[in-house]
Design a protein around this ligand. Structure first.
Ligand SMILES: Nc1ncnc2c1ncn2[C@@H]1O[C@H](COP(=O)(O)OP(=O)(O)OP(=O)(O)O)[C@@H](O)[C@H]1O
Ligand SMILES: [Mg+2]
Length: 411
């Protein structure tokens, strides 16, 4: 297309633009203004044909691209205008292009406000979830408290009784020493020999010498056991808030969790441990212990009279797994898909909140792992917790979503 033909086409195009286009000469007089420019001048309070408000929009060198001006002509709020100025090539002067971006700016401000609100809500939900996690943990400890107290009471009981025995042993030893001292103070100590031998026998000193080390070892073991349980309890109730992921021995976590739940299990459960050789696993240990506890307590509760819980661990490629198999009552087929739902419980009121597995599911998902269940009603249930040995990086994290798989028995 030749230039003369192009000119009317361009003129029509500029006339139809929603953006204001104004040409100023070297003296800031207006050569041309499209209809959008006239409309904008009117919105800025000018009379028909007066383009002075647009002349005042000519930006100073280095000015920001957007300006906010009052819309005096319409009674609207202030307008946000994006102004672009170009040097004219035909004559000395400027070509000004002005776009009303008030709506875009308002929309962006609205989006930013909503984003800030969402971030605030997210933080609130995350905080509430953390509180829930901790409450569930404390509630479980509350339920187990009597058992833990019993576990502590037992060793304290025999340490106490051992101290009584020790007191008696000491009394006997001192009475023998007393007699030795008397003999030594005598002109003829040998004359005491028979008497001391008789006393030694009477006080059963030989037995005492043999029993004393055992008594002390047993008491020390009792105290160590109490210390261990108290430490496990402390570790367990630790909120783990802002706890970083760290590589730990999962078996240690399993053992300390077993210590806490042991009293719930020991009267009816035969525990079989088949621990594989596990590498350190990157995890939040106090949260994983909460999962182990929920699954172990559930297994114990599913066994009515006597039964077995098999605790097995192993490695599979870059994952480790912990399986808890019980010989309990099993889960009916229709209940199996719901066991991870919050508040799903088949336990009597006051015995279960139905939060244990749903919280465990959340914790395992946070570890980029999965928790699987398979059950045969009347024969037992297996929960399998699979965890990556190392946590994926943030990028891989976004791609992977946790899965909730139901095992073959309950598919
Ligand atoms: N090992 C299991 N054997 C049989 N049923 C189980 C087993 N584990 C879980 N369930 C079923 O899943 C339900 C939900 O378990 P969950 O641990 O979430 O809650 P709960 O044990 O009922 O209550 P809470 O753990 O909050 O005290 C249980 O009520 C039970 O019906
Ligand atoms: Mg439970």
């Amino acid at each position: 297309m030749s230039t003369p033909a192009l000119v009317p086409a361009l003129h029509a195009f500029v006339e139809s633009l929603d953006d204001a286009v104004v040409l100023f000469d070297a003296d800031h007089r207006c050569d041309y203004a499209n209809p959008a420019a006239h409309a904008l001048a009117r919105r800025l309070g000018a009379a028909d044909g007066d383009l002075a408000p647009l002349a005042s929009l000519v930006p100073e060198p280095g000015a920001a691209p957007c300006v906010r001006v009052s819309a005096l002509g319409t009674g609207d709020g202030p307008l946000t205008l994006r102004v672009a100025a170009h040097l004219r090539t035909d004559v000395e002067g400027l070509a000004l292009m002005v776009r009303d971006v008030s709506e875009d700016t308002a929309r962006q401000a609205d989006l930013e406000r909503r984003h800030a609100e969402l971030s605030r809500n997210y933080l609130q939900v995350a905080g509430a979830q953390e509180i829930l996690l901790q409450s569930e943990k404390m509630a479980s400890i509350g339920q187990l408290a009597a058992g833990v107290a019993h576990e502590i009471n037992n060793p304290i009981g025999y340490v106490h009784s051992n101290l009584g025995t020790l007191q008696d042993y000491l009394r006997r030893v001192f009475s023998l020493i007393e007699n030795y001292e008397r003999a030594l103070g005598d002109a003829d100590p040998r004359a005491w020999r028979a008497e001391i031998a008789e006393l030694r026998q009477k006080l059963d000193i030989d037995f005492l010498a043999q029993d004393l080390p055992e008594l002390l070892a047993e008491s020390r073991e009792g105290i160590e056991r109490v210390t261990k349980i108290v430490q496990d309890l402390k570790d367990f109730s630790y909120s783990g808030r802002n706890e970083p992921f760290r590589a730990v021995d999962l078996h240690k976590g399993l053992e300390s969790t077993l210590n806490i739940v042991w009293n719930e299990l020991k009267y009816k459960v035969t525990l079989e441990k088949h621990y594989g050789s596990l590498p350190p696993v990157e995890c939040l240990p106090s949260e994983l212990n909460q999962v182990f506890m929920n699954v172990l307590v559930n297994a114990g509760q599913a066994i009515k009279d006597r039964g077995t819980i098999a605790l097995t661990t192993g490695v599979d490629g870059d994952e480790v797994w912990v399986s808890v198999r019980d010989s309990g009552e099993g889960i009916p087929e229709d209940a199996l898909p719901r066991v991870f739902d919050p508040f799903f419980t088949t336990k009597p009121v006051g015995h279960g909140t139905g939060l244990g597995l749903s919280i465990s599911y959340g914790i395992v998902a946070k570890h980029h792992g999965r928790i699987e269940v398979a059950s045969t009603p009347g024969a037992g249930t297996t929960f399998r917790i699979v965890l990556p040995i190392r946590q994926p990086t943030a990028a891989a994290d976004r791609a992977a979503a946790p899965s909730r798989r139901i095992g073959p028995d309950g598919a």
